[in-house]
Every structure is written in structure tokens, then in C-alpha cells.
Write a protein that binds this ligand. Structure first.
Ligand code: B16
Ligand code: MG
Length: 212
């Protein structure tokens, strides 16, 4: 029986992917590489460190360990400049309705995000207190596609993995849900998330009758 819901953040609750993209694009320009929209797809759900490795590979550039850390911080500062300006208007379609129905039905909710800025982003959009458990990159050793994020979220909800469903917009996140043996719902473009068990174009499209 399904009892709980685990939600990804970027691309499921908030439209922050564009902010990550702009910040990475600015950094990539320093390496003489022009980041394109297609690259952004590959970066969804991928940790900050692995994202920088991906971009350095594309740019055919190598950095010392110290410079790598510096550039991670520079990217994050630019990203946070965008986050500072966020409010409820940055919620994706139907998110407010989704949370209202989940609350009405008493369904426990957990966040399972690869972002180290998850709590800040949630506070900006007014959803920090809407979760029973929050798992982000600060609490796990292995990022998505490893299942640790979602397994920890289930554990914090006091549920077995198979009692949770996961909403995800990234390929790495759907892989993580699969490996965790959780039912996965792809949010966004079905052609990019072919491994998901079900699809919705946004959280607002989700039919809670399916949950029951
Ligand atoms: P940060 P999610 C992920 O969040 C993003 O999709 C990904 O693009 C980003 O690189 C990653 O968080 C790390 O974010 O730099 O804020 O720690 O989709 O798993 O909620
Ligand atoms: Mg995401």
C-alpha cells in the first residue's frame, strides 16, 4: 500500500532549473564554452560537483582542486542571487493545489532533492513547513542516481521504500527511484523520462484517486 509521497524540488516544485542554467552558463563562458539548452537537460538532478565535472569535460578544461572549489562557490553565489528574488510566483503550475489536497488527505510528504540550497528555496516559496521530512544533498553521501536520497526520505517518514511514490523531473532522479524500488512519476516531458512508471505534465495534473 502506498502511504507517503517524496517530491523532488527543482523542476517539480519550483522553476529553478533556469537559474542553475544561467549560473552555469556564466561559469562555462570563463572556460570558453557556450552552454546550450541540451546540456541543461543533462544537468537536471545532478549534484553541483558532478555538474562542474560535466561542464569541464565539455569545455575540455582541467582545474586544480582549489580552483575547482572556488568555481563551485562562484557558481553558487550567482545562483543564490536569483534565489534571493524568488517568491510564491516561482512555484510550478498546480503546486499549491497539490499541497492543499495532500494536507487535506493527511498524506505524509518528504522532500528528496539533490540541492544543497533546498531549505532556502523552500523558505522563499513558502513551503518549508509543508514537509514532514526534508532530505537534500547536505544529508546524503551519494547523490542521485544513487537511491540514498529517497531511501533516507522514506526512513524519515517511518515508511518502507515500497510505501512511497516519487515525483521527479530528471533522468537521474527516476533512476534513483527505480533503484530504491519506489513507484516513480515523471514530471514534465515523457520522452525524456521513459523509465518512469507514470507521467504528469505538472503536479497540478496529478489525480489523487490514483494514490488511493
Ligand atoms: P545546488 P533537484 C538539483 O535539484 C538540480 O536539479 C540540479 O540542477 C542541481 O545541480 C542540484 O540540485 C544541486 O543544486 O547547487 O543548489 O546544491 O532537482 O534534485 O531538487
Ligand atoms: Mg529536479
Amino acid at each position: 500500500m502506498i502511504r507517503g509521497i517524496i517530491l523532488d524540488l527543482d523542476g517539480v516544485i519550483c522553476d529553478t532549473a533556469g537559474f542553475h542554467y544561467l549560473a552555469w552558463k556564466r561559469l562555462a563562458a570563463d572556460y570558453g564554452y557556450t552552454l546550450i539548452e541540451g546540456d541543461n537537460e543533462a544537468l537536471k538532478g545532478v549534484s553541483r560537483t558532478d555538474s562542474l565535472k560535466f561542464i569541464l569535460g565539455k569545455a575540455n578544461t582541467q582545474l586544480s582542486e582549489d580552483d575547482f572549489k572556488i568555481d563551485l562557490q562562484r557558481k553558487n553565489e550567482w545562483y543564490l542571487e536569483y534565489v534571493k528574488q524568488m517568491d510564491e510566483t516561482h512555484l510550478l503550475p498546480g503546486v499549491t493545489k497539490f499541497f492543499r489536497i495532500a494536507k487535506y488527505k493527511g498524506i505524509p510528504l518528504a522532500l528528496g532533492s539533490a540541492s544543497r540550497n533546498a531549505a532556502l528555496v523552500l523558505s522563499k516559496v513558502g513551503l518549508l513547513s509543508a514537509f514532514d521530512a526534508i532530505v537534500d544533498a547536505n544529508q546524503v553521501v551519494n547523490g542521485k542516481p544513487h537511491p540514498e536520497t529517497f531511501l533516507k526520505a522514506a526512513e524519515m517518514l517511518n515508511m518502507a521504500a515500497h510505501e512511497c511514490i516519487v515525483f521527479e523531473d530528471s533522468i537521474s532522479g527516476i533512476q534513483a527511484a527505480k533503484t530504491a524500488e519506489m513507484f516513480s512519476i515523471g514530471v514534465g516531458n515523457p520522452s525524456e523520462l521513459e523509465w518512469a512508471d507514470e507521467f504528469v505534465s505538472s503536479l497540478g495534473e496529478y489525480d489523487f484517486h490514483h494514490f488511493e
